[in-house]
Design a protein around this ligand. Structure first.
Ligand code: COA
Length: 182
């Protein structure tokens, strides 16, 4: 995992955020519930990963794998009979990675009340070649002010992810060098 995301020589043309933005919709049924009778968080997480994966594949023009999912937030319980909409877009791109932001909305399937936000998450996908090795992605071009804000916020998350990984790696190396076993 690298600090910088230098653009490759002979750069790939960029793509606007809107080109790959996607919504995945799904009605929740009895088979989606947990022991409390509401929808299992893992069902929502799979929909989030599915929608984000579609966006990452569309943006990068080929296969992309989930590298991480963070800040998955569940704001409200989702119920059987809810029509869930999972909206995803590329917030930020590095050399071979993309941060995809996902917003989860729910509305009753047979009522005309507005959909309510029930969750959100940020996922990092890496575009890969046929051998599973990271490959370069087109740079995302944020167009609206909202897209630009999301790009800037994603850059902050990227910096923090790298710093956290580096700090933990250094701590483990230091403990190992001190002969501490756990
Ligand atoms: C993700 C994966 C391809 C990264 O491979 P790698 O050899 O570590 O390659 P790199 O270190 O060059 O990382 C590639 C990019 O992913 C990013 N990345 C890798 N691991 C990451 C993590 N845990 N969190 C955030 N970003 C990560 C790197 O920062 C890098 O971004 P950049 O090219 O934009 O700078 C590899 O770890 C993998 O195949 N993981 C399994 C994926 C999978 O099976 N997912 C579930 C099913 S889809």
């Amino acid at each position: 995992m690298t600090d910088q995301a230098p653009r490759p020589e002979g750069d790939i043309p960029g793509k606007p955020t809107a080109a790959s933005r996607t919504t995945l919709s799904h009605i929740m049924t009895g088979s989606d519930t947990n022991l409390l009778g509401t929808v299992h968080g893992g069902v929502i997480m799979k929909l989030v990963d599915d929608a984000a994966g579609a966006v990452a594949g569309r943006h990068s023009g080929g296969p992309a794998v989930t590298a991480s999912m963070d800040e998955m937030v569940f704001l409200e319980p989702v119920r059987v009979g809810d029509l869930v909409h999972v909206r995803a877009q590329v917030n930020w791109t590095g050399r071979s990675s993309m941060e995809v932001g996902v917003r989860v909305m729910a509305e009753r399937w047979n009522e005309s009340t507005p959909a309510q936000q029930v969750g959100s998450a940020y996922l990092v996908f890496a575009a890969v070649d046929a051998d599973g090795r990271p490959r370069p992605v087109p740079q995302v071009i944020p167009e609206t002010e909202r897209d630009k804000r999301r790009y800037q916020e994603a850059q902050i998350r990227r910096t923090h992810r790298l710093a956290r990984r580096r700090a933990i790696k250094e701590l483990r190396e230091k403990r190992a060098a001190d002969g501490i076993e756990d």
